[in-house]
Write a protein that binds this ligand. Structure first.
Ligand SMILES: [Zn+2]
Length: 442
């Protein structure tokens, strides 16, 4: 690393890449069996390989630093957030003077000025604002995200780039996805070869259940204790302002939580729902699990190593899921997550939805959001009838929601749906529409 002085802005000084050359220019017992040591891998990394880093937060800062110091010079980074003062303890590319500025911009500036020859290009955007043409240009994509929805969307995007010819996957259309995630003292790193190995949606069951619920459920059809707490948090607090006009709900204030807890109990009693506790109330209100800098460092290191292994082809990549936990001592192990035959994201086969003709559309909607293997957020369901597209239910546009809401209480029969009917479902968890086949049960 250039500490100070002038070593030339883009030129490499003697021995600059010696640490990397040891891996690429001589053989060793852990090499990939097909790898031939040469100077070409390093040239590819320095000059050609294009890496996309998603997220410039806790993991993103670590990833950018690791990749830049490993010889990657063509790095793009996407992040939609601005720097908050609470980020500064671990997001070390940012300083107090940067608070309020976009993370992607500041992170890119920092790396570019600190690591000569490295060119990080920032995008202060949502991943959903960039299209296929953008994503297709990269050799490898690394995700350091804190959102499952964003991860699933990215996964869906890379799956949509796959090219199949006569049902056979064209390997040149695969962009490897390295995904890192942390939650407090726990983390995971995984390697996904879209279309070949388990994708994010294949292993959705590994993620905790959703904590965001459709507004209509919260407002008029609560079924879970969480729905009642959300009702109080979202609707009742702003209306009643129990601690004064400008007082925002503070998850760390026991009086606030106590108030939400009591009101949630009342709401739950109204609908005969049990299970509202003080602890659950705090869990639902706070949502945020504190970030631990060292967990981020360990997971980002594992992810950057995988990028290095895949870009250089010198070593076999992680196969394919590593868990890391240092809550109590340190525990880590790796297993091979398996592809799910009927994965709604990567299997290429429309999944079956088993419902009786007398089931209501609401039940289908509930299944899409509550099933552990789907966990959709605000599914929009459309179908084709008599050659015409028909929207059965759509939440994201208020006027359409209002118009289609009555369908929720109709049965599948009343809606004119037939056995074998294809339902197309759009959701924020994927850029593609997911196809389902309705299978009537008797
Ligand atoms: Zn899958």
């Amino acid at each position: 690393m250039l500490v100070d002085g002038d070593a030339g802005s883009t030129s490499d000084w003697d021995d600059r890449w010696n640490h990397i050359k040891k891996f690429l220019e001589r053989s060793g017992p852990f090499m990939h069996p097909d790898f031939e040591p040469s100077t070409e891998s390093l040239q590819f990394m320095l000059e050609t390989c294009k890496i996309l880093v998603i997220g410039a937060g806790g993991l993103g800062c670590e990833l950018l630093k690791n990749l830049a110091l490993s010889g990657f010079r063509n790095i793009h980074v996407v992040d939609m957030d601005n720097i908050d003062v609470s980020n500064l303890n671990r997001q070390f590319l940012f300083r107090a003077k940067d608070v309020g500025r976009p993370k992607a911009d500041v992170a890119a500036d920092f790396i570019n000025s600190r690591v000569p020859g490295c060119c990080v290009i920032p995008y202060f955007k949502k991943i959903q604002d960039l299209d296929e043409t953008f994503y297709r240009q990269f050799h490898i994509i690394v995700c350091g995200l804190d959102s499952i929805v964003a991860r699933r969307w990215m996964n869906g995007m890379l799956l949509s780039l796959l090219v199949y010819e006569d049902g056979v996957l064209d390997p040149s259309s695969i962009i490897p996805l390295i995904d890192g995630g942390t939650e407090g003292f726990k983390g995971n790193a995984r390697v996904i070869l879209p279309g070949m190995t388990a994708c994010i949606d294949c292993t959705l069951e590994l993620y905790p259940p959703q904590i965001n619920f459709p507004m209509c459920t919260i407002a008029s059809m609560p079924r879970l204790p969480e729905h009642c707490i959300e009702y109080v948090r979202i609707l009742q607090w702003p209306k009643e302002m129990p601690f004064g006009d400008d007082m925002a709900l503070d998850g760390d204030d026991p009086e606030h939580i106590q108030w939400v807890y009591q009101k949630s109990l009342e709401r739950a009693a109204e609908f005969s729902i049990t299970g509202v506790t003080y602890r659950l109330t705090q869990g639902v209100v706070k949502r945020i699990i504190p970030a631990v800098a060292s967990t981020n460092a360990a997971i980002a290191a594992a992810c950057a190593t995988e990028v290095f292994k895949i870009a250089s082809s010198a070593y076999l990549p992680l196969n394919n899921y590593m868990v890391f936990n240092d809550v109590d001592g340190l525990y880590t192990y790796t297993f091979e997550a398996e592809r799910k035959e009927n994965c709604s994201a990567c299997s290429q086969v429309p999944s079956d939805l088993h419902f009786s003709p007398s089931s209501k559309l609401q039940e289908v909607l509930d299944y899409l959001t509550e099933s552990t293997s789907l966990q959709m957020k605000s599914p929009a369901i459309t179908t084709t009838m008599d050659g015409k597209n028909k929207t059965l239910y759509l939440q994201s546009v208020a006027s359409i929601e209002q118009r289609t809401r009555p369908n929720l209480t109709k049965t599948l029969n009343e809606l004119g749906l037939a056995d074998g009917q294809e339902l197309a479902v759009a959701d924020v968890t994927t850029p593609q529409t997911v196809l389902f086949k309705l299978c009537f049960t008797s």
